[in-house]
Write a protein that binds this ligand. Structure first.
Ligand code: BGC
Length: 414
């Protein structure tokens, strides 16, 4: 593929994080679940991971690996981290607000914590970095989870009060992401597969959760606009590039289903309540009678096949909705930083191709700034442009971050 690929003027370049994965010292449904499940996760590691992965992440056998604890201590070090982001040339930064900090008890909003997030936004602005704020990235205050979390319809009203409070307090924030990957990852993993808390496997509950999340998104959309007429609101949609193996008839039918339910369902259900499309892309899945049949010639540390071309296909699919698109996440677990620079470059080439064919992509937000707490996989997988030493909390810029910086400085690949 050619070089000298310039991105549109004013393109946003940055990284994403989420509160629970980086802040440290949280008290929410995940922290409770971690305490109960750390031993089990450590024991299961042997069967879950291949030998080479076990060698790469020996910490997977230690229950402590699955306790978020201090995480990256980003809650206290956000200014230091934003200095790094600035140094790396970023002009956008996605982060999430931790609902459990802001409203630890029903109706009792913690002014100090709200002020903290005002400081976070201010710190970004002082560094010339545009905040993209996520209101919910999977964690719930304990008083919400104890009452059934998103399976309880009252959670919608509680969430809206929180949304009102936050968007009122941060009313200079332009870009809002209501929910992170609500359907395909959260509802699916927490209620259908039962991998994430609250691990309630039930189709009825899954449907209930989905309906409540749909309501939450639509109503939040209105509230945010009422609080700030110039706000730009969307949600982060996890998209997969599904491919019908050998173009066989049955595989093609299954691809249509997979596309519909994984990539477009939530978006269609909330149609008319988006100012942009948030597209989080990590990999593709080749469908063969229901099973993945990936070639896996080039994979990340956690076994996800690297398929940069896939992002082009999903962007082309999203083009028909005629909305600006922001890549809200795209990244790779790569502890040795051997593949990350190429991963970024190749994905950007394909994004550029989609843009050159008329898709309105306005920003690329890489996952992630720092190595962080990777949910039920713990601290093993390393997604950071910046390496974390969790003992000393020292941050070390990886070479790929400097490659990304060059791209940003040139507003393209030259
Ligand atoms: C989630 C992140 C997570 C990343 C890598 C995304 O779907 O939003 O929280 O760290 O995937 O697994």
């Amino acid at each position: 593929m050619e070089n000298n690929l310039k991105f549109p003027k004013g393109f946003y370049w940055g990284v994403a994080t989420s509160s629970h994965q980086v802040e440290g010292d949280n008290h929410n449904d995940w922290t409770e679940w971690e305490k109960k499940n750390a031993d089990r996760l450590a024991k299961e590691a042997k069967n879950k991971w291949q030998k080479w992965q076990q060698e790469k992440f020996p910490e997977m056998f230690d229950p402590q690996n699955y306790i978020s604890g201090r995480a990256c201590d980003h809650y206290n070090k956000f200014e230091e981290d934003f200095d790094i982001a600035k140094q790396l040339g970023h002009n956008a930064h996605r982060f999430s607000i931790e609902w459990s900090r802001v409203e630890p008890e029903e109706g009792k909003f913690n002014g100090k914590e709200i002020e903290h997030y005002r400081e976070v936004v201010k710190a970004l602005r002082e560094r010339g970095i545009e905040p993209f704020v996520t209101l919910w990235h999977w964690t719930l205050p304990l008083w919400i989870s104890e009452r059934g979390g998103w399976a309880n319809k009252d959670t919608v009203e509680h969430f809206l009060k929180y949304v009102f409070k936050i968007t009122h307090a941060l009313n200079d924030v332009k870009f809002w992401i209501t929910l992170n990957e609500p359907d395909d990852i959260y509802a699916f993993d927490a209620y259908f597969v039962g991998r994430f808390p609250p691990q309630k496997k039930s189709l009825i509950k899954t449907i209930r959760v989905l309906n409540n999340l749909i309501k939450a998104h639509k109503k939040s959309y209105k509230i945010i606009h009422q609080n700030n007429s110039s706000a730009i609101v969307g949600f982060a949609n996890n998209v997969i590039n599904f491919e019908a193996y050998k173009n066989r008839f049955l595989n093609k039918i299954m691809k249509i289903f997979a596309d519909y339910f994984w990539n477009f369902w939530f978006f269609k259900k909330t149609f008319g309540y988006h100012d942009f499309i948030g597209c989080s892309y990590y990999h593709h899945n080749r469908i063969n009678f229901g099973y993945k049949k990936n070639e896996n010639k080039n994979i990340s540390d956690i076994g996800w096949e690297i398929c940069s071309e896939g992002i082009y296909h999903v962007l082309k699919d999203l083009k028909k909705y005629n909305l600006p698109i922001y890549i809200t996440e795209n990244g790779i677990a790569d502890v040795k930083d051997e593949k990350r620079a190429d991963f970024i470059k190749e994905h950007l080439r394909w994004i550029h191709k989609a843009i050159s064919e008329g898709t309105d992509v306005r920003g690329y937000i890489h996952w992630s700034l720092l190595d962080n707490f990777e949910w039920d996989k713990g601290f093993g997988p390393r997604f950071g442009l910046v390496e974390m030493d969790y003992q000393t909390m020292e941050r070390k810029i990886r070479p790929s971050a400097l490659e990304y910086k060059k791209i940003i400085e040139n507003n393209g690949i030259i």
